[in-house]
Ligand binder design. Structure first.
Ligand code: HEM
Length: 319
């Protein structure tokens, strides 16, 4: 498998924003220390070369690395005007469940068909970053069977593909400095797997809104409780549906009783994911929250902007 071929025709391993899901991924979130900005900038400018050295050795692994930069450090790190919609993660509190905001200045989303290649890139990055960052969360994700989450459902089916993916994910002329970049929202969820497995398959399917075996869409009841699929379908006043690209991955450790889903959404418009979260946590109508949350606890929440590769390569210290 190869890394994504961009619209311009060049193969990109860095900021491969609409790259397909791989068998392995690392989600690494860190904060940047007060003295660390110069070192971080150096590492980001050199990232394409770091990744290229590994891609040359393991071309078949589809290694890509996407960096997201948080709003707290954007101005001091980049010397480029901030993306128009960039802000901190806005927590959402519903009657029963909450989506918290947690610290994060820098996201490395490393994807490859081999876990050892992801591991090696992460190791090299952290070695060169040294004391300039403090790791806040490191999650190692893996593909489970035919792209199922640990709840047993195929996850990612509704992701847009081809030109639709680029239109949903990449910023356009509305923010010319950042066209071709994307906003990224991450959340780590933990599942009480035993309680979920105690449900009947029919009850699980009603919560998700798709059949478990084949991932076929199911209709909701005419009124009352909506499924996860319906609560996360966002249609604007003009009737246009707004998709996002999810790169969710299972993670966990049976030995420690840990079972989770790492949610990572790429979007052209942050409000789309915010609206999904509000519909999930507050409910539509309010009070009828997404029943998936009765079996999924959000423990992190961060927002980043992943600039185009050429913007990343030309970062400079602010005047
Ligand atoms: C515990 C975490 C989560 C799990 C296990 C999960 C699982 C799933 C599954 C199994 C589907 C149906 C198959 C598919 O279309 O991919 C789905 C659909 C979807 N999910 Fe989630 N999800 C989670 C969290 C989220 C969050 C936090 C968001 C957004 C903020 C989200 C947005 C969506 C969207 C947009 C769809 C497609 C809806 C459509 O059919 O148009 N999910 N999810």
């Amino acid at each position: 498998m190869r890394a994504r071929t961009s619209v311009a025709g060049t193969t990109e391993s860095v900021q491969a924003l609409t790259a397909p899901l791989t068998a392995n991924a690392v989600f690494l979130i860190s904060t940047v220390t007060t003295d660390g900005l110069d070192q971080v900038r150096e590492v980001l400018i050199g990232l394409a070369d770091t990744v290229k050295a590994l891609t040359f050795r393991f071309p078949e692994t589809a290694l890509t690395c996407t960096v997201g930069i948080g709003s707290r450090i954007w101005d001091d790190l980049t010397g480029v005007a901030a993306p128009q919609q960039l802000r901190e993660f806005t927590p959402v509190t519903g009657a029963a469940h909450a989506a918290p905001a947690t610290p994060g200045d820098l996201l490395f989303h490393i994807r490859a068909e081999r876990a050892d290649v992801c591991f090696e890139l992460e190791r090299q990055l952290l070695e060169t970053l040294g004391a300039s960052v403090v790791v806040q969360d490191e999650t190692v994700g893996f593909r489970s069977f035919d792209r199922r989450d640990l709840l047993g459902f195929v996850d990612g089916t509704a992701n847009p593909v081809g030109p639709d993916a680029e239109a949903s994910v990449l910023v356009g002329d509305e923010d010319p400095t950042h066209s071709g970049g994307t906003y990224v929202v991450t959340q780590k969820y933990i599942h009480p797997l035993g309680a979920w497995r105690d449900l009947t398959t029919e009850a699980q399917e009603t919560i998700i809104g798709r059949t478990k075996l084949e991932g076929v869409e199911l209709d909701d009841a005419d009124e009352g409780q909506k499924s996860h699929k319906t609560l996360t379908t966002i249609t604007d006043a003009g009737g246009t549906e707004h998709d996002i690209q999810r790169d969710n991955m299972p993670f966990g450790s049976p030995g420690r009783g840990e079972f989770g889903t790492y949610f990572l959404g790429y979007t052209r418009n942050l409000w789309v994911i915010q609206q999904m979260l509000e519909r999930m946590f507050v409910g539509d109508p309010p009070g009828l929250h997404d029943r998936l949350l009765d079996f999924s606890t959000a423990i992190t929440g961060s927002v980043f902007f992943a600039p185009r590769g050429d913007v990343l390569a030309s970062l400079r210290s602010p005047e």
